[in-house]
Design a protein around this ligand. Sequence first.
Ligand SMILES: Cc1cc2nc3c(=O)[nH]c(=O)nc-3n(C[C@H](O)[C@H](O)[C@H](O)COP(=O)(O)OP(=O)(O)OC[C@H]3O[C@@H](n4cnc5c(N)ncnc54)[C@H](O)[C@@H]3O)c2cc1C
Ligand SMILES: *[C@@H]1O[C@H](CO)[C@@H](O)[C@H](O)[C@H]1NC(C)=O
Ligand SMILES: *[C@@H]1O[C@H](CO)[C@@H](O)[C@H](O)[C@H]1NC(C)=O
Length: 535
Amino acid sequence: MKFDFKLATVAAGFLGYVFAQSAERKIAIIGAGAAGSAAAYFLNQLATEAGVNVNVTLFEKTNHIGGRSITINAFDDPAQPFEQGASIFVPINYVLYESMNAFGLTPRDPDVGSDPVMGIWDGNSFVFTINENHPEWWTNLKILLRYGPTAPQKAKDLVTATIGRFLQMYTPQFFPFESLTERAEQLNLTAVTGVTGQHFLAANGVGTLYANELIQSLARVNYASNLPNMHGLCAMGSVAAQGAIAVQGGNWQIFDEMAQRSDAHIQLDTAVTAIDKDSSGTKFEIQTTSGSTPGTPSTYPTSFDNVIIANPFQFSGISVGEDVFSTTLETIDYVQLHVTIFTSTKKFKPSFFNLPSWISAPGAVLTTLAKTDTPTSGPDGVGKPGFWSLTTLGKATNPQTNQQENVYKIFSPEAVTPSFLSDLLGGTVPSTFTGGSSPISWYKATVFHSYPKTSPRTTFQDPIVGEGVYYTSGIEAFLSTMETSALMGKNVARLIVDDILAAGSGSGSKMVKSRESDSERDSQGVWWEKQSVLN
Ligand SMILES: Cc1cc2nc3c(=O)[nH]c(=O)nc-3n(C[C@H](O)[C@H](O)[C@H](O)COP(=O)(O)OP(=O)(O)OC[C@H]3O[C@@H](n4cnc5c(N)ncnc54)[C@H](O)[C@@H]3O)c2cc1C
Ligand SMILES: *[C@@H]1O[C@H](CO)[C@@H](O)[C@H](O)[C@H]1NC(C)=O
Ligand SMILES: *[C@@H]1O[C@H](CO)[C@@H](O)[C@H](O)[C@H]1NC(C)=O
């Protein structure tokens, strides 16, 4: 919804204030993933509430809104979408959860829950399995027998305490924030990010076997890394992902709705290639290329007062002129993750997992290191299993046979080979993966820079990286999720609106008081509250 000046004047008049239309702030957002879309959405919302004028342009180099939140269509049929990138979130992810509800989108169970049996595979055997169809007491007994009486509760308490600290970031006392490093310190979260997941769990009395098997398997499916190679907050985030949901039809729709409702000028298929100060030295001029086959960059006709870089800068292909940044943007090591999604009528072969033929293999296979592995064994530490996870996403109808087939997803550090798939499914998978007598009917593989490799750290790239220039992706080394990126987008939106208000009250020209005395406008906070009641 666009800020309606007339309506706001009436509303403001009712409260006793008249706002002269402020000079509009032109803002460029680069990237329409979770962070960029949320920034656009909350800029519109917060500016409307504050009665200031923003004019936002959202640049996205692909033709798709959502970034790494993206679906893929089984059998290339748009009626059968599955999550290819970010798949799950939890109800305490307030930005996503509340937006999903506000936009009338429908939550559903995540794909990975579609098979009742989950096993933790170490490349030799299943060290643990859980069958959802078994009674809970049976599962609890199994956990008790293998991991002892205290580990699960200790882990649970630790997650609750850590997430509790993180959730304070949403409270007025801690939001917005100009420095993520400072906030992390204030919330004592640097004590969690400054040590490895392994260390954090051990220091808090969580048993080694429980950590190495149950928690590490979740850490590996969430962050493609082992506990000794990731920091404590990532480890905690992985465990907290239990009880997760997804959006019916695709998580990307939350960000698409945010972008559409933001009233921003949305420029799809438009990559930003350069940011420079303009001749006045106060505004930013940007270069873009458009179309799927990028041509020569041209100068975008509008200059901007603010620029929000809402994607990992090192992969953005943006060159930046002198004086744009006042700090160096750190290059972060990202995980390279191969995501392979395919369909087959076949189930996983028990013999692949050294199981006898009469026992069926779990439909969800998480992994951990074998006893003989080190945390850095194999490519990226994947160890003996060779892959991070192997899950059954659900069923899809093969249009050629009209039969329902299984949809599978593999996370691996290297490309999946036909011989691996032949072993997994039986039959012969050709080098083309599909065709002939292949057990695979449809196949798509993609490589992502999925998330940072989060070795322990206590400082983070802060969101203000130059005068008028903001950056959202620094939060990924703290915790990489759709929610944290969206929260950072909202944070930056709030910082900009606060900046506009501060500039306005400084000059005194943008806010013209009419009837009531100063004492009645006791704080902007109160005014915002009244304004949102009227909205
Ligand atoms: C396989 C996979 C699984 C994941 N699972 C989960 C999960 O289950 N739950 C969860 O919460 N998170 C998950 N994540 C992480 C999550 O996807 C990211 O944390 C989140 O998408 C980051 O959002 P973002 O907006 O910061 O960046 P992105 O989503 O990467 O969006 C950045 C956007 O900027 C665009 N862009 C880049 N350069 C330019 C340019 N020069 N000009 C214009 N546009 C540009 C890109 O095209 C992209 O659309 C997963 C990620 C992957 C890859
Ligand atoms: C901060 O966290 C560490 C690690 O969990 C803990 O040992 C310490 O007591 C905490 N300090 C405060 C002030 O909460
Ligand atoms: C916003 O900026 C664009 C580009 O400079 C301009 O075309 C448009 O008229 C401006 N105003 C509004 C209300 O969109």
